[in-house]
Ligand binder design. Structure first.
Ligand code: JHZ
Length: 389
């Protein structure tokens, strides 16, 4: 049952070149649905993955905090699960940031990522990368060539994959006995509690609570053994699964807690949808007031999330003339739909805004610290959830 519609939107990372601004942009419906029986929350419409992921503009290395987070994950998991000579495979390895952080010389590494432009960057970091979509047939091929993996890692990947059964079959094929599948996904409960509607975009097909994850894994002979939570990306769930069935006692308790909260009820989702609609009105009102009082507002960060906020809230160039982003590949391009030009972060000084809308709010600490001089000059940071920083 559909409970939230964000309208029809261009894909969040389909940034435009200046000569594309007058052309029609492909738009696709963006809405969330709940399966009341299994608790899965998913998009109502699937954009073909070839259009979204073959050439990709998001680089894991763009945040030092995220790079540190993944380095910790890799070193902890390698210590726990990988013996000398063992193989570590990362699905969705992006630019190789996580795998290249492993400082052990006695393990073998393999990245798998469909983005061809990014695989080149991973190779330059010394990470051998297969530039393909992960699938069970690909897993069989990896096993044939390199053997099974003691550790399979997939961070922010499960939500991006339409055929989750095939992905789990592939993990089952790839995982050596005694090995672990460690994955991270944005945690649905945080999304709902904090109204993080901007993490809903065409790349993210599924939004996970613990119960549907456990059901999915167990259907493929994988047992969800451990679940941990981290604050990154607005609330992240890290799961560790091993060969087997069912769930551990601790995971069972988490599932019971989610059920007690009424997580898979339409009633709860409808409340969230109302909160999101209110947030849109409030943000538009605040930006309109700022403009009326002669204040200049610009955006900081051109993340996928930013495209959603600007398009859903109807924030055009009149309310926000430019957006800044530190990623060289994004600079000189324009935000899909609303068309703000993307300038380097260094333009903050020349732009002289009064208020910065922190579209990359999940990196607030890193950004606010770096841009301390802006606040010293009297500037203010505001998040799309109307938090003042
Ligand atoms: P960021 C990505 O979402 C895409 P996005 C993906 N689909 C996913 O699942 C999630 O991550 C988890 C810039 N920046 O990380 C860099 C600065 O300008 O929120 C990025 O363009 N200055 C895989 O795109 C953007 O902000 C800075 O100091 O929503 C952040 O993008 C920092 C730290 C970042 O991901």
């Amino acid at each position: 049952m559909e409970f939230l519609s964000l309208g029809s939107m261009p894909p969040a990372n389909a940034l435009l070149r200046p000569n594309e601004l007058n052309k029609d942009e492909p738009r696709y419906p963006l809405s969330l649905r709940l399966c009341e029986s299994c608790g899965m929350v998913q998009l109502g419409h699937v954009v073909p993955p070839q259009l979204l992921f073959r050439s990709y503009l998001f680089f894991t290395s763009s945040s030092q905090r995220m790079a540190d987070h993944f380095a910790d994950l890799m070193s902890d998991c390698a210590r726990e699960f990988v013996r000398p000579g063992g193989l570590i495979v990362e699905i969705g390895s992006n630019d190789g940031t996580a795998l290249s952080s492993i400082d052990r010389r006695d393990v073998r590494l393999l990245g798998i990522d469909p983005a061809r432009n990014i695989a080149v960057m991973a190779a330059a970091r010394g990470v051998p990368t297969v530039s393909e979509f992960f699938s069970d047939p690909l897993a069989q091929e990896v096993v044939r060539v390199a053997g099974q993996a003691s550790l399979v890692v997939a961070c922010n990947v499960l939500g991006h994959v339409d055929d989750l059964d095939d992905l789990c079959r592939g993990v089952k094929t790839l995982l050596a006995p005694g090995g672990a599948f460690v994955f991270e996904v944005p945690y649905l409960v945080d999304l709902l509690d904090r109204l993080e509607y901007d993490t809903v975009y065409h790349e993210h097909l599924s939004y996970f609570a613990v119960r549907p994850l456990a059901t999915l894994l167990s259907r493929h002979g994988l047992r969800l053994e451990r679940v941990e939570f981290f604050p990154v990306h607005g609330g992240t769930l890290r799961g560790t699964a091993v060969h087997g069935g069912g769930v551990s006692g601790a995971v069972g308790e988490l599932i019971a807690g989610e059920q007690r909260r009424g997580l898979s009820t339409l009633r709860m989702m409808n409340g969230v949808a109302q909160g999101v609609q209110q947030l849109r009105l409030n943000l538009r009102e605040r930006l309109t007031e700022l403009r009326a009082s002669g204040k200049k507002v610009i955006g900081y960060g051109a993340p996928a999330k930013g495209t959603v906020v600007l398009n859903y809230c109807g924030i055009g160039i009149d309310l926000m003339p430019v957006v800044l982003d530190s990623t060289p590949a994004k600079q000189g391009l324009h935000v899909p739909g609303t068309h703000q030009p993307i300038l380097p972060s260094s333009a903050l000084v020349d732009q002289r805004p009064d208020v910065v809308l922190l579209l990359a709010w999940n990196h607030a600490e890193e950004i606010v610290q770096r841009e301390a001089a802006f606040r010293e000059r009297g500037g203010r940071f505001l998040t799309p959830h109307l938090r003042e920083l």
